[in-house]
Design a protein around this ligand. Structure first.
Ligand SMILES: Nc1ncnc2c1ncn2[C@@H]1O[C@H](COP(=O)(O)OP(=O)(O)OP(=O)(O)O)[C@@H](O)[C@H]1O
Ligand SMILES: [Mg+2]
Length: 627
């Protein structure tokens, strides 16, 4: 009994550690889990869809599997060889035989290194291809979504879906899957080799497996929670950042920096704590596995030493020094992949979570799509008719109620009315950013739903209320990447009076535009959007005039451009300054989504109704402010 005392002591320590872990695990199992972030898609479905992306590369994956098998050879064979070298040194030492064995060892090592390198290179290549395919598919899907759908998803979230989430899937293909497969094979390979070498010692090593399984189970449970904590805290911080970085100027104008800083610090600390928690889980798990590894080595060395000194045998098998050396290496190669497997499973779950988020976006059905029998519009005369149109953004909250009007080709029609009366909505419906619920919108006598979206929008020149400029140059913002000759660009800029301010810019058309056109004034942005529209030769122009105050000089320029543009084709204008639209062929006055009055400026004034009131009010106000 005294002979086995050291082994009993180590065994007792392990037993106590396992009992503690088991208690913690059982205690935690009883706690009710509030699992809000549980996945909806099954692992099987996610795998099936991911495999569809991997399918075009199945040949290459097969090659990787082959190369992987070769690279595993080192793990399985090297301890055997080292054991044999040890035996050779101890028994009948022959230099030539030693050289031969060392050469084989070096050969296997070299093959394994080359294979590992090849495998990594191949996987990176495939992974990057799959990654870009997924990224492009998500982006394509997002760009096909309707305005209503896009309004519902925060931009920060969409950016994460296109950038971060595919990365997690890339990691799955390049790293996790292979490591999982490789580690599983290594474990079985090593186990087989150990059994062949000495089954008694193998059984001794296997005695540690239940403890290992227990530690792994506990680790998986706690690491999942820890990861979820980190993910939630990261999403929280990202959402805060995406909103507050855009709104930083407002924060500064209202001197709210301190309050926002406090909110940010709070989130930042939460993330810090969550990450520390995750580290804690790993910092307990890894030493525990290491403890098992050391303990099994202690057993091995003790049995080996007693075998050498006292001729001990285990289950009738002798334990020579060559076996001890080989087993020392095998034990390492057995425990390492098991620890890695536990950690990789965790990563696998995280990749699946990312994949699910991506597939959820991909599963969104675009709400505004081409009908099967939709046709291309080769030409557009510019006849527009709204026939008893009813529209609501949210069910039953009607924004437009039974709106009907007609615009003849080449006419200029203006929409006026109080803020929120539905002017922008009408223009939006015309470009089919949303589908109407009742009634009909006809263009050249054809229902808008029967016209292909791309062909419809190409014929429309939209100048929106909030002019969007991309970062780039003034020129790239006008041409939007299409080929136009310098003369044509210059002619269009001149036509809409944008040339005056462009010529004053240091680099002219090549002047840099900052994100969202931050370095241009509202009036300048509007003139640029005019140039952008005119150069693309639309049949119908839509202008949603900005409410921002524009200086009198720019206003005159804009008026002049509008007057010129009205000769290009049909024009629909939403105007806030009634002076802008006095020459319109028809003025439609809206109130709460209904048409109150319509007619020319003169007709409406003589009716002395709402328009007359509005006009007199504005006229007096402008006179007072000296405009
Ligand atoms: N995307 C949206 N989702 C839900 N409701 C919306 C949306 N866009 C606008 N609305 C609502 O529709 C109504 C009409 O909005 P619209 O933008 O057409 O007004 P407008 O006449 O252009 O106003 P303004 O003169 O201020 O530009 C408003 O009550 C607004 O709250
Ligand atoms: Mg509007």
């Amino acid at each position: 009994m005294a002979d086995y005392l050291p082994l009993l002591i180590v065994g007792a320590i392990l037993g106590v550690a396992s009992a503690i872990f088991l208690t913690v695990y059982l205690w935690d199992l009883r706690r009710k889990e509030e699992d809000s972030a549980e996945r909806q898609m099954s692992d099987g479905e996610i795998c099936r869809r991911l495999l569809a992306y991997a399918k075009p590369y199945r040949g290459q994956f097969l090659l990787v599997a082959l190369v992987m098998l070769l690279s595993i050879a080192y793990n399985v064979l090297s301890p055997l060889l080292v054991g044999q070298i040890q035996k050779l040194i101890r028994e009948d030492f022959l230099l030539s035989a030693l050289y031969a064995k060392v050469a084989v060892y070096a050969g296997i090592l070299l093959v394994s290194l080359v294979c590992t390198y090849l495998q990594a290179m191949l996987l990176q290549k495939i992974g990057q291809k799959i990654l870009s395919a997924i990224r492009e598919d998500v982006y394509g899907k997002i760009s096909s979504l309707s305005h209503a759908q896009l309004n519902k998803i925060p931009v920060g979230k969409l950016v994460t879906r296109v950038s971060n989430d595919p990365n997690a899937i890339n990691y799955l293909f390049t790293n996790i899957l292979v490591t999982l497969a490789k580690n599983t094979l290594v474990i079985f390979g090593v186990l087989g080799a150990m059994l062949l070498l000495n089954y008694a010692l193998t059984l001794m090593v296997l005695c540690f497996v239940p403890a290992l399984v227990l530690f792994t189970l506990v680790f998986r449970r706690f690491s999942r929670k820890a990861h979820r904590g980190v993910t939630d805290a990261t999403t929280d911080i990202n959402t805060f950042l995406s909103e507050n970085l855009s709104g930083m100027k407002i924060t500064q104008s209202f001197c709210q920096e301190d309050r926002k800083m406090a909110e940010f610090t709070d989130r930042s600390r939460k993330l810090q704590k969550a990450k520390q928690g995750r580290m804690l889980v790993f910092s307990v798990f890894r030493p525990m596995v290491y403890m098992l590894f050391i303990s099994s080595n202690l057993f091995l060395f003790y049995l080996g030493a007693r075998g050498q000194l006292d001729g001990w045998t285990l289950l009738g098998q002798t334990i020579g020094s060559d076996v001890v050396v080989a087993f020392y290496m095998y034990i390492n190669k057995f425990f390492e992949p098991i620890q890695s497997l536990a950690e990789q499973f965790d990563m696998l779950q995280r990749s699946f979570a990312s994949a699910e988020k991506i597939f959820t976006i991909m599963d969104m059905e675009p709400e505004v799509v081409d009908e099967p029998d939709a046709i291309d519009l080769p030409e557009l005369r510019g006849h527009i008719e709204f026939r008893n149109v009813w529209f609501a953004y949210e069910p039953d909250q009607w924004i437009l109620k039974d709106v009907s009007f007609t615009v003849e080709p080449g006419q200029t029609v203006a929409f006026v009315g109080a803020t929120g009366s539905g002017k922008t909505t009408i223009l939006s419906l015309l470009c089919r950013n949303y589908d109407i619920q009742r009634g009909q919108i006809l263009i050249d006598g054809m229902d808008i739903r029967k016209i292909r979206l791309s062909s419809l929008r190409r014929r429309f020149g939209q100048m929106l209320q909030d002019v969007f400029l991309f970062s780039g140059t003034v020129e790239s913002n006008i041409t939007l990447g299409q080929d136009f000759s310098p003369e044509e660009i210059a002619r269009c800029c001149g036509y809409v009076n944008a040339d005056r301010f462009i010529s004053k810019l240091e680099k002219g058309l090549q002047e840099q535009v900052l994100e969202r056109g931050a370095n241009f004034s509202a009036g300048q942005r509007q003139l640029l959007s005019f140039a952008r529209t005119v150069i693309h030769r639309p049949s119908v122009m839509i202008l949603d005039e900005a409410t921002a105050n524009i200086d009198t000089e720019t206003e005159l320029l804009i008026q002049d451009s509008l007057e010129k543009m009205s000769h290009i084709g049909t024009m629909l204008i939403v105007a806030h300054r009634l002076s802008t639209i006095q020459h319109a062929d028809n003025i439609i006055l809206l109130s709460h989504g209904q048409i109150l009055e319509q007619g020319t400026h003169g007709q409406l004034l003589s009716q002395r109704g709402h328009y007359h009131k509005l006009y007199t009010l504005q006229y007096n106000k402008e006179k007072l402010s000296g405009k």
